[in-house]
Ligand binder design. Structure first.
Ligand code: 5AD
Ligand code: FES
Length: 346
């Protein structure tokens, strides 16, 4: 196999065989990296130009009934300082975001039973009523199909639920018995069936993860055909069993962003906060590799440090009160710009 040949095939046909993807990952080098990134950027520019779409992220609860072993806000972590934003606080975060120019909001939280359907639908319909022209994205984890339906009817249009890993064995090593990959996948299929614009994704460099596992992630994404794919490096959190594990790398994460871009030039691909955490220019590097979304934080500054999925998360200090300005300059530094629209899938 010739790596340049494989990249050309991927560029033209948008898919490779399992063993070809594996070869592309195993034999990656400086040349394949720059070839992939430049083709990925070409494809991004064709569909979206130099626009990078900002999504105003509101992390509204860090209570969580789950216990994903890698996550700092997993329910069993007694050291996490818990908070919930009130409906009014969530609405003010939206109002603040709207005035800053945002037309796309993401409500993200742990799996917090307090926010049952009644509560959530009330909040979503109020945001929908106040901002009819804005996209409302939810990221609330696994819920019943009925619940997803109700939220959709209340006005939510997009849903983010990373599958985390498409390999059942690895899934088991990263999650407790009470959670299953099958259920998670079923949630994703349900969301699609209801009509949500769906985002999935996975961590790069998670403990025990192999390159084969990452190929399975790519193949699962090919099957699911989501509109968005969020990938970021695993970053250890000091209160988890994986505290001494190494973080994922910018190099492999951006390589996978480029591969995803070639698989579907239309994908909405975020340069994630985790990527910005392991490298001060991580998000910029993500954009250069073909990403076209960023998710600046709109949560009240006082709670930001408590939404601590992993250590050293950026944008949590006083200086981050206004991420939009900071990110705008960062995007400009790589020839892109923040495009304050809904940022729909084209
Ligand atoms: N490192 C990187 N990403 C993490 N997430 C949770 N914990 C970590 C960690 N330690 C990611 C998961 C989840 C998303 C909200 O954050 O992929 O889906
Ligand atoms: Fe948040 Fe720079 S983007 S501080």
């Amino acid at each position: 196999m010739e790596i340049k040949q494989l990249i050309e095939t991927l560029y033209k046909e948008h898919i490779l065989k399992k063993e070809e993807f594996l070869f592309l990952l195993e034999h990656r080098n400086e040349e394949s990296r720059s070839m992939l990134a430049s083709l990925a950027r070409t494809q991004t520019d064709k569909i979206y130009g130099k626009s990078v779409f900002p999504r105003g992220l509101i992390e509204f609860t860090n209570y969580c009934k789950n216990n994903c072993y890698y996550c700092g806000i997993r329910g069993a972590n007694q050291n996490a300082v818990r908070y919930r934003l009130s409906k009014d606080q969530i609405l003010s975060a939206c109002e603040n975001g709207f005035h800053l120019g945002y037309r796309s909001f993401v409500l993200q939280g742990g799996e917090d039973p307090f926010f049952d359907d009644e509560h959530m639908c009330d909040i979503v319909s109020e945001i929908r009523h106040r901002y009819p022209e804005c996209a409302i994205t939810l990221s609330l984890g696994e819920r019943s199909k009925e619940s997803y339906e109700k939220l959709f009817k209340s006005g939510a249009d997009r849903y983010l639920l990373r599958h985390e890993t498409a390999c059942p064995d690895l899934y088991k090593k990263l999650h407790p018995e009470s959670m299953s990959l099958e259920h998670r996948k079923q949630c994703l299929w349900n969301l699609k069936e209801i009509g949500y614009v769906v985002g999935t994704g996975f961590m790069v460099g998670a403990p025990y993860q192999t390159l084969e596992n990452l190929v399975d992630d790519l193949l699962f994404i090919e099957k699911l055909q989501p509109e968005m794919v969020g990938i970021g490096p695993f970053v250890p959190h000091h209160d988890t069993i994986f505290k001494d594990e190494p973080a994922g790398t910018v190099e492999l994460t951006t390589y996978l962003i480029s591969i995803l871009r070639l698989m579907n030039p239309h994908f909405l691909l975020p340069a994630t906060t985790a990527l910005g955490t392991i490298d001060p220019r991580g998000r910029e590097k993500g954009i250069e590799a073909g990403a076209n979304v960023v998710m600046p934080n709109l949560s009240p500054v006082a709670v930001r440090k408590d939404y601590s999925l992993y250590d050293n998360k950026i944008c949590t200090g006083e200086e981050a009160a206004e991420c939009a300005g900071c990110l705008g300059r960062r995007m400009n530094s790589v020839g892109a710009f923040l495009d304050f629209c809904r940022g729909d899938y084209r």
